[in-house]
Every structure is written in structure tokens, then in C-alpha cells.
Ligand binder design. Structure first.
Ligand code: A3P
Length: 313
């Protein structure tokens, strides 16, 4: 999309301030997209051609994407790299599993992705219905992770505060919450994105695997088995006996990844410090930041939006 076309398009889209307080979110195809990503989102949706062997890690930001990238990469590439020589020891999960919108189509509207050896593993923050047709209609697999909406919001809010630009007056937590309750937040509404993947996972369980951050925290071993089975490469009895699943879970654990030199001091090509993807890694941290009434209000809205779907938080 040329700059002129982008400017024309922006004039036609509803716009809102992001948490940083700048008018930068635009409602594009049902998603609140930051203006900085709009062109990449459009290019990805128009041009990406999936291969049947591709694996797509999908999520809302701050839902556990980093963790799922590390787990999926380790499971899918385990026949190439054992945990002791894993590229995760020296590269961020985000470098190994690049994001269509934030990395690949940001740099180039039509990147050449054919050189990556199969299975190619990419990530996306797009809603299911906005994924390119070739992803939805090919045999490639989509692994989705969602998270308790209160923890997701707090994680995002903390990130914005940590990296606030000097001189930019950030929105207060109350102001952010007013927006969140209307579904106005980066790549929201929350309920639309989770419902899209949830319904797709029910209709096509061989195509979309729907995971929850909290479930992974509770039982990583059975979720690793689930991921491997879904990808069509279940762990063999021998692998299980040798402790391959436990090794992957240890390699990808919050403490292990966070303490690796690359994740302490490395920086992604997008400029994001690798350390920004590791904060507390806890379930229920929202209670340290949100009042009970804020939490209750938002959960009530989410519950109403999800009612009848069978999906609960
Ligand atoms: P908190 O801010 O609550 O700590 P994303 O990867 O989608 O950006 O999500 C980031 C959230 O996942 C952060 O949550 C981060 O700490 C947590 N996280 C990152 N790596 C993790 C891991 N290996 N295990 C568990 N949580 C992880």
C-alpha cells in the first residue's frame, strides 16, 4: 500500500488513542490496529502464501506468545536440534519465530520467505478471520494461545509504562480501562480474537489448537504432548522415557529463558529489547494492579461477549 493510499484509508477508519495517549489505533477489518502496523497487516493479508507444512503461532500480544514460540519451535524442530544445542540458547524466540505483522511484512511488503526450511514457523496477531485465505484453507497448522484477559491487560499496561517515551503523557489506568471495556486496545477486541480462534478450533480441531496460558502453567507436560500430537509429530515412547518432554519444558521455562544472556541483553531488529518479553510470568498478577470493581466490570463484559460459546476465563 502506497503512502498516499494509506493516508486515504486512515481518513475512512474510526480512530482512537492507544495507551501511550497518541491517536494511533485504527479499526481495520474489525481489529484495532496500531497505525505503525497497518501497512504490514494489509500486505500480510494480501500476499502471504502458506505451505501445508507451515506452523503458525497465533495470539494477542502479552498472552504468552514468547513461551508458545519457544515450545512450538522446540517440539517441531526437535529432530534437528536437541535441547543442548537449541538455537533458543543464543537467539530470542521472536528471532526464531518471526511475526508476520511486526517483523516480516514491516520490512518488506512482499518478503521472500521461501528460503526457510520446512516446517516454517511464523507468528501472527491477526484475528482468525483476517488470516490470509491460504492459511485458513491449506493444511498448515495454527497453534493459538490466550490468557486471562485481566493478566493480559496488566501485562500490556506494564510494558507500556516500562518503555514510555519521555514527554508522552500516558493514559491513566482508569482511562485505559474505559477503552478496554469497549474492546479498544492493540489488536483487540479481546473477545473477537479469542472467539474467532475458539470457534475455529471447535470446527476444525485438526487445524487450530486452542491453548490457555494458565493451563500451560498448570501442566506443561501434557500440553507439550498435546502440541506435538496436534503437529502430527507425537513424542515416541522412547523420547518420553529419555525425558525429552521434561527437557523441552525446562529449556522453555520462564526462569531459564529469562536468564539467558541473549534474553537479558539482546535486542530484536524491531528495536524491542528481548528482556521486555519477560516480566513476572505469573498467573493472577492482575490483582496487584486492578481494583476488584475494575476486574469485575471487565470480566462481566467478557463473559457476556463469550456467552454461549463454551469458552470461559
Ligand atoms: P507478564 O507481563 O504477566 O509477566 P507475550 O510473549 O505474548 O508478549 O506475553 C508476555 C507475557 O508472558 C509476560 O507476562 C511474560 O512475563 C510472560 N512470559 C514470557 N515468557 C514466558 C515463559 N517462558 N513462561 C511463562 N511466561 C512467560
Amino acid at each position: 500500500m502506497e503512502e498516499e493510499d494509506l493516508q486515504q484509508l486512515l481518513l475512512t477508519l474510526p480512530a482512537e488513542k492507544n495507551f501511550e495517549g497518541t491517536k494511533s489505533l485504527y479499526l481495520y477489518k474489525g481489529t484495532w490496529v496500531p497505525v505503525s502496523l497497518l501497512r504490514a497487516v494489509d500486505s500480510f493479508q494480501r500476499h502471504f502464501i502458506a505451505q501445508d507444512t507451515d506452523i503458525i503461532v497465533a495470539s494477542m500480544p502479552k498472552s504468552g506468545t514468547t513461551w508458545l514460540k519457544a515450545l512450538t519451535f522446540s517440539v517441531a524442530k526437535r529432530h534437528i536440534y536437541g535441547p543442548k544445542e537449541s538455537p533458543l540458547l543464543t537467539a530470542s524466540p521472536h528471532a526464531l519465530v518471526p511475526c508476520f505483522e511486526v517483523d516480516l511484512y514491516m520490512k518488506d511488503p512482499q518478503p521472500n520467505l521461501d528460503r526457510a526450511p520446512p516446517p516454517r514457523i511464523f507468528s501472527s496477531h491477526s484475528h482468525f478471520t483476517n488470516l490470509p485465505e491460504s492459511i485458513r484453507n491449506s493444511k498448515c497448522k495454527v497453534v493459538y494461545i490466550c490468557r486471562n484477559p485481566l493478566d493480559q491487560v496488566v501485562s500490556y499496561f506494564q510494558l507500556v509504562h516500562k518503555f514510555k517515551l519521555h514527554g508522552t503523557p500516558l493514559l491513566s489506568l482508569d482511562e485505559c480501562f474505559e477503552k478496554i471495556c469497549r474492546g479498544v486496545h492493540v489488536l483487540g477486541p479481546f473477545w473477537d480474537t479469542v472467539l474467532g480462534y475458539w470457534k475455529a478450533s471447535l470446527e476444525r480441531p485438526d487445524k487450530v489448537l486452542f491453548l490457555k496460558y494458565e493451563d500451560l502453567k498448570e501442566d506443561i507436560i501434557s500440553n507439550l504432548k498435546k502440541i506435538a500430537e496436534f503437529l502430527g509429530i507425537p513424542f515416541t515412547e522412547e523420547e518420553e522415557k529419555e525425558g525429552a518432554i521434561e527437557e523441552i519444558s525446562r529449556l522453555c521455562s520462564f526462569d531459564n529463558l529469562r536468564n539467558l544472556e541473549v534474553n537479558k541483553n539482546g535486542v530484536l531488529p524491531s528495536g524491542a529489547p528481548n528482556s521486555s518479553f519477560f516480566r513476572k510470568g505469573k498467573v493472577g498478577d492482575w490483582a496487584n494492579y486492578l481494583s476488584p470493581s475494575m476486574a469485575e466490570n471487565y470480566l462481566k463484559i467478557v463473559e457476556e461477549k463469550l456467552s454461549g460459546s463454551g469458552l470461559t476465563f
